[in-house]
Design a protein around this ligand. Structure first.
Ligand SMILES: *Cc1c(COP(=O)(O)O)cnc(C)c1O
Length: 390
């Protein structure tokens, strides 16, 4: 094959060379003082990046950090509010239920972000403070919505509820701002294969001091996922409850450095916003039946764009785009499967890569004689005028 595939999936994402090369480094003695210093420095930088009190990490996909959060924060059978914004939120709720916890599933329109007023009302009605708090997917990767974390914080405070504020930022970390300290978020979850531009296999949970204090009162049985030894470890072994994922840590170092070299997290999230806005402009130009799933612009995530395309053979379109034009776009999930597709635009991605991917995708639309107006002009216009208010 000539050239590279254009990876426009909402994870895994493109991996920069510096991160790929980190995986070629030979192992080190993880018990050495040099490696302990290396890892301690890395976690100090992560703590700063997240704006948290401590960061814990697991050699697992994102689902592992979900489970870790549940067992470290919830009492057996405890209830907590979890808006059902899409398939990821639903799966997290299913996991909690399977483990004997009691998610309070707040309904959410699949084209809208969770309604903070509804969260307020659920918490305000909980006068005995039995609910553990609110667990929310910031970017819901099944639908492309972005929750308003500041408004949810206000809702929790307005209800006078002392519960925890837990955010699945697996798709939003390094794609949209996640102001953990500013908003008093207690746990922020991330996974390596999204905005952190790494292969899958490492998940992170940044925790607040309140979450750590609360953790000490929780009686739910846990061992591997437990934060207790992980947050102030004497040995790197304790940080991971086993052999540290050495090469993943080299790669995570490279990822943190890559973000810093771009100008820091704000520069990275601004780039994502620009690329997302350009993608949305292209989709609007395509015209019917293509339609942005997320109706309100502020509720659109910068990590991906979910496109409704009723009446089109989406399977054929995605297959042709992949096989003939080397553009990898993802189908929709759950209820939306067959009615929508999802264009990822996160990670190690720049303007010509996005334009190239959109052009390749439109070639597949032309081949299949799907009527549309080209969106390239609109995407270029958006990128050059740099107007992200659309
Ligand atoms: C990708 C994703 C997950 C799941 O991550 P895995 O690594 O596949 O377990 C969870 N939540 C959100 C919001 C995601 O985007």
């Amino acid at each position: 094959m000539a050239g590279r595939d254009f990876v426009q999936l909402p994870g895994p994402t493109n991996i920069p060379d510096s991160i790929l090369e980190a995986f070629r480094r030979p192992p080190v003695d993880f018990g050495s003082p040099e490696f302990k210093d290396y890892v301690d420095d890395l976690f100090d930088d992560l703590t700063e990046l997240f704006g948290s009190y401590r960061v814990t990490a697991y050699p697992s996909v994102g689902h592992g950090s979900w489970e870790a959060t549940l067992v470290n924060l919830l009492q057996p059978g405890q209830r907590f509010v979890i808006p059902q914004a899409g398939l990821f939120s639903t799966r997290w709720s299913d996991m909690a239920e399977a483990m004997g916890f009691a998610p309070v599933r707040m309904p959410v329109d699949q084209r809208r972000a969770p309604d903070p007023a509804q969260i307020h009302d659920l918490l305000a009605a909980d006068t005995n403070h039995e609910l553990a708090g609110v667990f929310v997917a910031h970017t819901e990767t099944a639908t492309g919505t972005l929750a308003d974390l500041a408004a949810i914080r206000e809702a929790i405070d307005a209800a006078g509820h002392p519960g925890l504020f837990v955010v699945d930022a697996i798709a939003s970390m390094a794609t949209d701002p996640v102001p953990m300290a500013e908003l008093g978020i207690d746990v922020v979850l991330a996974a390596s294969q999204k905005g952190l531009m790494m292969p899958p296999g490492l998940s992170l949970a940044a925790v607040s001091e309140k979450a750590v204090t609360h953790n000490a009162t929780v009686t739910t049985p846990r061992y591997f996922w437990s934060w207790t030894e992980r947050i102030d470890p004497e040995f790197v072994y304790q940080r991971f409850c086993g052999t540290p994922p050495i090469q993943h840590l080299f790669a995570l170092r490279a990822s943190v450095d890559h973000i810093a070299a771009e100008g820091g997290i704000d520069a990275v999230t601004s780039r994502h916003k620009r690329l997302a806005t350009a993608t949305q402009a292209a989709v609007r130009a395509w015209g019917e039946p293509f339609e942005l799933n997320v109706i309100e612009p502020p509720e659109r995530a910068s990590a991906l764009t979910c496109v409704l395309a009723d009446g089109i053979d989406i399977g054929a379109l995605l297959t042709l785009a992949r096989e003939k034009y080397h553009v990898l776009v993802s189908g929709a999930m759950g209820d939306m499967a067959g009615r929508a597709f999802r264009i990822g635009h996160l990670g190690d991605l720049n303007e010509p890569m996005l334009l190239g991917a959109l052009a390749g995708f439109e070639c597949a639309m032309r081949d299949l004689k799907i009527p549309h107006t080209s969106g390239l002009q609109a995407a270029m216009e958006s990128l050059t005028t740099n107007d992200c208010t659309q």
